[in-house]
Design a protein around this ligand. Sequence first.
Ligand code: XIL
Length: 369
Amino acid sequence: MIDRRGVLKGAAAAAALPLLGAATAADSLAAVAASKGLRFGSTVGGKNFEDPAYRALNVAQCGLIVPENAMKWVALRPDAKSFDFRAADAIVRWAVDNRMGVRGHTLLWHSPQWMPDWVTRHDYGAQPAREAARLLADHVGTVAARYAGVIDSFDVVNEAVDSDTGGLRETALSKAMGAENAIDLAFRTARQAAPGAQLVYNDYMSWQDDGGKHRDGVLRLLEALKKRGTPVDALGVQGHLGSKYSDTPTGLGSLDVRAWRRFLDDATGMGLDLLVTELDVHDNPLPADFAVRDKLVADHTRAYLDLMLSYPQLKTIMCWGLSDKYSWLQGLRPRPDGLPKRPLPFDADFAPKPMRDAIAAAIKAAAPR
Ligand code: XIL
């Protein structure tokens, strides 16, 4: 079992320094962000969390940590009855010990592909809606309550909108109880179990010109949540840049910046805060040469963050990893030339890249929060 008192004691100490970790370097991304009232962080877990040098890089650069996989259903739930918190607790304890804040990801990944198989095989009995609601509320309530007071921001629902159609996805839970009901229940249960935490809807809608259906679908969902009084506080914009076009020779894709601004205007117009939760750049179609590629990735990042930071509602920027060595993108659709990808602010040897300077420069140029 987690020593909640120990964790909470550390969290109370962290509260005095909410934006900076204990070992954060003075010119770190976290420090630059803190000087503007922003939080900067990244994700850890699995193999990369076992690397002491990588942990040190995170402590040096981050004010905020999110477990990459350890808080997902697939990691926490071996079956319908039990929870395995060991991996998640280890990350939370390490973050708290190093005076970093923690985000939770994700209480409900509303996408069938990413839920454990047993959720589909589960016997929902004669009253499936009731059993699905029980299972979901039990999961969200247990996880949110365990980390309440330590985690101050949860991705409550992740990727509920089908990016091709804009409609809500179907999962075993939503088939039993309805997608709206499942999403509502997740937010309401999270609010009850962790009343002080920011509750986020998180998704990968983008500024690409073919992203209209996804953006519209997310706005429809957020409007419906607001109308029903569902407690959602913020929109998490994942920020996996370039991903849709990563196998085409068109550079990083063609953008529709006006549509993206309209989308962000509409979301913030509902009173929602914004977070960039999973920033990285899928560089498949970019030239092989590292210097050329790194500059294009940095320029793209800078343009994106300048736009995002023009919204005062944006107070958190998270990269999905700090070093190219451990990016999830390395395992996803290899580059045609077989070279490693360079999607993150530090290279495989943990040396800073132009993307790191682009993030710092964008934050320095932003208005204080
Ligand atoms: C990814 C992890 O990085 C991988 O290790 C895992 O195999 C799949 O999930 N959107 C999200 C994140 O919300 O949870 C995903 O993380 C990346 C896309």
